[in-house]
Write a protein that binds this ligand. Structure first.
Ligand code: 9YT
Length: 132
């Protein structure tokens, strides 16, 4: 059994801080459970291009509100507390935070824990990330 607390992750390589968001990677590939789990804060007023070409991500909003726009269709989905969205088609999208948002994010395949988006909003595939 794995038991882990948020404050144990702070200040480690699994606590990733970017301009638009910061994320505590609570479960990662090295835990060997087949998925990873993040507690992620999105900063108010930010707009982030995201495209998980190599992963499926499920996102559950537990604080704040914003919206997701799919870049191909232009369709906009409001995201509020209690909303789950899953990019099960690897949809390229823009995440806009109207307020600070807190999201619980699950990835399959699991993140190694230190990923940040590249210029296209992509995280590297697991095999590539493992070599980094
Ligand atoms: C909701 C979302 O994808 N935000 C970007 C950060 C990412 N979820 C992460 O790695 O925590």
């Amino acid at each position: 059994m794995i038991v882990r607390r948020l404050d144990e992750i702070s200040g480690t390589p699994h606590h990733v801080n970017t301009t638009n968001w910061y994320s505590h990677r609570l479960l990662t590939a090295s835990d060997g459970v087949g998925f990873s789990l993040n507690d992620t804060h999105i900063r108010a007023g930010t707009e982030t291009l995201i495209w998980y070409r190599n992963h499926i991500e499920a996102v559950y909003c537990v604080e704040g509100h914003g919206e997701v726009e799919l870049t191909e269709s232009g369709k906009i989905y409001p995201i509020t507390v209690g909303t789950l969205y899953t990019l099960n088609g690897h949809e390229r999208h823009v995440l806009r935070a109207k307020t600070d948002m807190r999201m619980i994010c699950v990835f399959n395949p699991p993140l190694t824990g230190s990923e940040v988006h590249d210029a296209d909003g992509v995280y590297p595939a697991a095999a590539v990330a493992a070599k980094a």
